[in-house]
Design a protein around this ligand. Structure first.
Ligand SMILES: [Zn+2]
Length: 188
């Protein structure tokens, strides 16, 4: 089992004005990687942080496919799929704690975690109850190319307010991915 954690928007310029990056993506990606590695010691887990800022190139869009960063991810998937190893890609993002980011929940709250997913892509995963599931866009190029390459792939968005996406919330998502990773590695 190979688990590739990507954080394409984790590159931040300190001191710049405005929100140029996913402020909590690096933290969440690191925590999820460590959580899963501890519990899946034989899995090969890697975390790919951004090496550019989003304003220069958006690593999650199609024009970035031929960057070295994206090519390394795809080559890694191809190499594993070629020898029948299961690959799980977790693409990690974060969003500002405002109602505009992903809209209100029906109860008027802003979500702590959003899963951007394609409907019907899998039937054997139920996210934790606090996760808001929204339809992914074909513009989410890391997910699209990972799926096309034979990996399973999830796009997670964490609220940038640590009071909402608490360590416990991040760990619960990681635990659900750990359970899922075990399941798909056993089912083959
Ligand atoms: Zn992002």
């Amino acid at each position: 089992m190979d688990i590739i954690i990507t954080a394409p928007h984790s590159g931040c310029i300190r001191g710049s004005q405005g929100r140029m990056c996913d402020l909590r993506a690096e933290y969440a990606a690191t925590r999820i990687g460590e959580y899963m590695q501890k519990r899946l010691p034989t899995a090969h887990i890697s975390v790919a942080y951004s090496d550019v800022v989003r304003a220069d190139i958006d690593l999650n869009r199609a024009p970035a496919r031929y960057t070295k960063w994206r090519q390394q991810i795809l080559e890694s998937i191809d190499a594993s799929v070629a020898v029948d190893r299961k690959v799980l890609v977790l693409d990690i993002h974060s969003f500002p704690d405002t109602s505009k980011s992903f809209g209100y929940m029906e109860d008027g709250t802003v979500p702590s975690v959003v899963l951007l997913d394609f409907p019907g892509i899998r039937s054997n995963y139920e996210p934790p109850p606090f996760v808001r599931v929204l339809e992914a866009s074909l513009a989410n190029d890391i997910i699209v190319t990972s799926l096309l390459s034979g990996a399973d792939a999830f796009l997670w968005e964490f609220n940038e307010n640590p009071m909402r996406s608490t360590n416990q919330v991040i760990d619960t998502v990681a635990e659900s991915m750990q359970t899922y990773a075990l399941r798909i590695s056993i089912e083959t």
